[in-house]
Design a protein around this ligand. Sequence first.
Ligand code: ADP
Length: 539
Amino acid sequence: MHDRPADVLNVSTQSLLGLLDAAHEPILVRDLEGRILFWNQGCEALYGHSREVAHHAKAPELLATVFPAPLEEITARLVAEGQWRGEVTRRLADGREAVIDLRWSLRRDAAGGAAQVLETGRDVTAARKAEEALRRSEYRFRNVFHAMSVSFWELDFSALAGMFGALRAKGVTSLRAHIAENPGFVREMMQASQVVDVNEKSLQLFEATREQLIGPVDRFWPPSSEHVFAASVIAALEKKPHYESEARFRTYDGREFDGLFTCCYPREYLPQGATLVGVIDITDRLRAQEDLQRVQAELAHAARISTLGELTASIAHEVNQPLSAIVTNGEAGLRWLRRETPDLEEVRQAFDRMIGEANRASGVIGRIRTMAVKGEPETDRLALAPLVEDAVLLVRRELTTHGVALRVQVPADLPEVEGDRVQLQQVLVNLMVNAVQAMAEVDERVLTVRGEVESKGEGEDDTVVLAVSDTGPGVAPERASQLFNAFYTTKSDGMGMGLSICKTIAQAHGGEIVVTSWPGEGATFRLELPRAGDPQGDD
Ligand code: ADP
């Protein structure tokens, strides 16, 4: 006969029950019909039912237990194997549901028949909930990872730790400084960084299969983007939560494209050297931006030459008439000359008419030129610093697209001038656009607008000068005076009216415009205007 536990421990059954009762573990003993025979404090604490309620109640009903398999099957297993373990759902006294990890052991009677079941339970509700939440978030993450129209990469950076360790051992304290001295180190870091997983969008964007993308990341980073990669690693080391930048990327087949690169460093990932990277194709966006810039530049240009466009039409119309008259008179003159006895009087008259028509044509040009500056200028007192600022706004796009650096040195206290704001701005815009165009072929492109006063001595008004300088090829001295002639241009699409109009405007303001240039050192166009007289009283 087997020893009873109480005999082994040498304690009475009563005190053994007392011990079991005090245990924190929920311990329940029931007969095979489910009637509860023993219900300890652990059970009370877990299920919320007092011992009085529990005793002789039937366990499955009291606890509304939901088993993972039909109860008969479980009981059969219990009887066959003497024990069973599984997770069930039970209802607590307060109505809540709990997930309980159960262990059942079968006690047999003296004859070896099944008699009672000893049950211990453990509340695993919180653990299961957390697991479920994790599973869901993992699922959501996977869904997002694979379904988003952003190319996502999971990268393994763990090899970099060893490289940084080696650097520290050599006394390197700043990665930034090390990279500045050894640019090749960035490529080494790229080669050591591995692509672990990618989403569907990445396959499209990088034009490759998943297998082709897995591996060293350096294949997708052209040299022009090394600084971005370096900055993202430095951001991670500096414990920044994320990093974002535009960068060039390379597809599996070597085609380059513009992307927006986002890298985030979740705290949980970093210790394992893992990180998540997103790449969005911004080729279209950049193209749209460039188109916009180009259109704006064209608009500024169009605004500048629209007056000239109108002019061309009227010039063509107005000048055509005298020109055909000249031709007709020339032909008539020739006919009089070719007679057997030339009629010199008729020839003289034809010549007179030709001169008259030619003068008319030149008069038309003169009138048109004045028309281009819209007649009499308005006269306001003008501060030049804001005037220059406004003109710069108009050409800013043009400067950016052509990579021209701008320096404006116009003192705020430069004396005022009197004149027409729009016309003077037109002069500045013309000079700046000419300067930008002149610098198209040179590497160093700097446009300087300087403002200064020149004293002309006793009795003479001071002159205020706005000088526009460029670093272009300059102007040969023998051409300097021609530039201001109407229709003088060296550009295939030029009108040759810009400087001519500038000169007319300058002169209408009682000023002048001149060019100074040293070959190879760029050109400076000086707009010289008389300083405005002192304001008269309060009127
Ligand atoms: P357009 O710009 O249509 O040619 P402009 O009257 O504005 O007409 O200029 C006339 C010519 O003067 C230009 O074709 C160019 O040869 C010359 N020019 C103007 N600005 C500059 C400059 N900053 N540097 C060198 N040459 C210039």
